[in-house]
Design a protein around this ligand. Structure first.
Ligand code: DAH
Length: 345
């Protein structure tokens, strides 16, 4: 029995010696010291020994067991340290390496304009509202005093989806929505920026474009309020030294209606290619809300009056940033968009 134990010890020692990593070491532990390990089996079989042999063999096995355990844990510790050092070395970060550049996006010029317009009007007490781009004929035209068959519908070449639904041709649709949604029929002061669609496609017209609509309804609103408001709007957006000109025009939802021109900011009014030698550039449509529109949307024209205006945000962006082709605003070419980053610096 003693020789057998000695043999087991020797073979365990040589296997510990050979084990080259923590895993192999663990295999050796299981093989000799585990539940079904060779030494454990001997301890289990002690019952068949004589009472004299039992304490001798028992203590011998325990001595060997302790010796092996000690050796295994010593080697385990060594391997643990080696493994840690290997990991530390492998995962060292070289802080002298150049970093990979993270590419930043740019704020779109149209969004810059929208934010600027919103900030200005919010500072004057307006709410910013939105409406659906897929709009009904009712809100886009009928409730704005443009019944079916009205000749002024030809001013806007529309994308109809069905006979009732179309892509809105103007943010003016939100005028009727706001008036109808206001059940108390209390005063209104809103702007609505958003996307609009018409069947156009050339350097100054895109099938998708952006407008901002303004609507104010209250008691005793007059043309003076409209003029004052638009003067602040245009001067803040395009330049304090510009002059404005109100030219009588026609829109079905306003009476009287005006187109607003601004003195050419390129030539100062002398005449150039931008203003087509007229010295003026048209920037806005506007007017006093037509009594029919008030009535159709639940406001009593005897008590309330209002003004409205609408302008193309693309045109504003083009003037402000000297962009010559409107389609550039819708192509998402990073080389184009990045040019506006310097405005943030
Ligand atoms: N909706 C008009 C257009 O798209 C612009 C406009 C004109 C809006 C007069 C208005 C307005 O609110 O009063 O051409």
């Amino acid at each position: 029995m003693k020789e057998e134990i000695e043999k087991i010890k020797q073979s365990a020692l040589s296997e510990i010696e050979k084990a080259s990593d923590a895993r192999q070491l663990d295999d050796v532990r299981v093989k000799y010291l585990g539940k079904k390990g060779e030494l454990t089996t001997i301890l289990r079989g002690m019952g068949s020994l004589t009472p004299e042999e039992r304490p001798v063999i028992g203590s011998l096995v325990n001595v060997v067991k302790e010796e092996l355990e000690e050796l295994i844990s010593k080697k385990e510790k060594e391997y643990g340290e080696q493994e840690l050092n290997r990991k530390l070395k492998e995962e060292t970060i070289d802080i002298t390496l150049p970093s990979t550049k993270i590419k930043r996006g740019s704020k779109h010029p149209l969004n810059r304009i929208i934010e600027e317009v919103e900030d200005l009007f919010v500072s004057m007490g307006y709410d910013v509202v939105t409406g659906p781009e897929l709009e009904t004929d009712e809100y886009c035209f009928e409730r704005l005093n443009l019944p079916k068959g009205h000749p002024a519908r030809d001013m806007q070449d529309s994308f109809y989806i069905t006979s009732e639904y179309l892509l809105r041709t103007q943010t003016s649709a939100v005028q009727a929505r706001t008036m109808m949604a206001n059940e108390e029929k209390s005063p209104i002061r809103v702007i609505c920026p958003g996307k609009t669609y018409r069947r156009d496609d050339d350097a100054t017209h895109s099938h998708q474009f952006s407008q901002v609509e303004g609507l104010v309804i209250d008691k005793n609103i007059s043309l003076a309020d409209l003029k004052g408001t638009l003067e602040i709007f245009v001067k803040k957006m395009l330049g304090e030294n510009l002059s404005l000109r109100f030219r009588p025009s026609y829109f079905p939802f306003t009476e009287p209606s005006y187109e607003v021109d601004v003195s050419c900011f390129k030539c100062g009014g002398k005449g150039c290619n931008l203003c087509k030698q007229t010295g003026w550039i048209e920037v806005l449509g506007s007017g006093i809300v037509h009594p029919n529109v008030l009535k159709m949307n639940g406001y009593d024209p005897e008590k309330y009056s209002g003004f409205a205006f609408g302008t193309g945000l693309d045109r504003l962006a083009m003037f402000k940033y000297e962009i010559t082709d409107i389609r550039l605003l819708y192509q998402n070419d990073v080389r184009f968009l990045e040019q506006f980053d310097r405005l943030d610096r």
